[in-house]
Design a protein around this ligand. Sequence first.
Ligand code: SF4
Ligand code: ZN
Length: 468
Amino acid sequence: MSFSDMPVDVGPVYEGERIRAKQMYVELGGPKMEKHFELVRVKPAKEIKDGEVIIHGPDLKDMEQGSTHPIGILVEVSGPELEEDLEAVFERRIHEFCNFVNGIMHLNQRYTNWMRISTSAFNKGFNSFQMLGTILIRLFKAELPIIEKAQVTLYTEAKDIEKPHEFAMSIYDKRDERARTIHDEDVDMFYGCVLCQSFAPTHACCITPDRTSLCGSINWFDARAAAKVDPKGPLFEIPPGECLNLEAGEYAGINEMIKKRSLGEIERIYLFSGMEFPHTSCGCFEAIDFYIPEVNGHGIVDRNYSDVAINGLPFSAMANQTGGGKQLPGFNGISIQYIVSPKYQQYDGGIETIVWMNKGVKDRVEEFLPKDLLPKIATEEDVPDINNLKKWLEEVDHPIVKTWAEALGEEEEEEWEAEGAMVPMGTVGMTIPGVGGAGGFKIILKNCKIHAESIIIKKIDPRAKRKK
Ligand code: SF4
Ligand code: ZN
């Protein structure tokens, strides 16, 4: 496959490229745009004109520098071995393939997709969406040889995108609805995905019926279909092996997989905990589940929310800490679909520990949450900040209030209030090698906040001390 006819280079080497606001020619989709999407559909061969790129709306060269536009990417594919279950996994590749283009940055997925095209790419001659469509078609066919024919339709005008956007949303809903019909105990195989390792080398998603991938795009059915057609590809089977802790969702097979795929960096995963051995997070999680030590509860914020969350931090700041393949107790990248899973963070106390969600998330999940709990979960419209949250939770008699007596001492609370809102760390274990013997020792910091410019840990030689 050649891209020598393109004015810009195309290849995996450009995947990590960042395009900042001042370097961009145009922005497509993203938080400033109301409607945008990307969708892959499997179609009968006769309905596809192979290689065709159709543009509805202004082309790149007709757009003003610095402007923002809607973007809808519809990729239609055909092939005798293709089935509908493969659509979501193919769709996830749009992210990767767009990022292969030197001069395109693509973030997120489904209806949160966000792209920037750099001024330098535009100046080199990358001035038409025809080129983007053609690159996508070539990459889809080359990287996924079971695709025989492909065509791409791009929507860049607000009025043209309405209908296809509505259609795309109905397809996402249909996929999510189906995913809710099965549970971990109904299956004997889990799946993994390493598509995000180019950004987060120690990250691998574990996809089970009760825990959809954190990007929200790949559920258990999708992963199963992908692993079946391409077992050596980025999606693969994980035989669960022995269940080591049912409530936490700890399986020998998952631990083994993550140890291998993270090159020994991560050894254990609790599928259903954000506080102990949480699932790693790459960067494309739909939302973040974060611990709020002040009330011993959890908050959820999604990436569409532009204000600060109840802990005083914007999504972007939390995302920086959460992502990158880390396992950070107290901050866990999740999909929206996982919030409605019956096993949602059940090891930490489950759905009843949720005390705050931004309204956008709450609106999306409310029909699936317990009716009596719903009015007790605050949004930005109910409580302005953390100082008012505690009182509000008491007023609505949130179930978390019952946990306070044992979890929060009055003394500690006053101290926290005096120090203002800070980053919650949850429970963090640090092992310091070479101190206190060959194995080092472990310091467990529970519900704590530390402010320090530096920490010096010195080995004190008792004999030297005596000489003084
Ligand atoms: Fe795969 Fe997970 Fe990345 Fe989604 S977030 S593409 S499931 S590795
Ligand atoms: Zn990712």
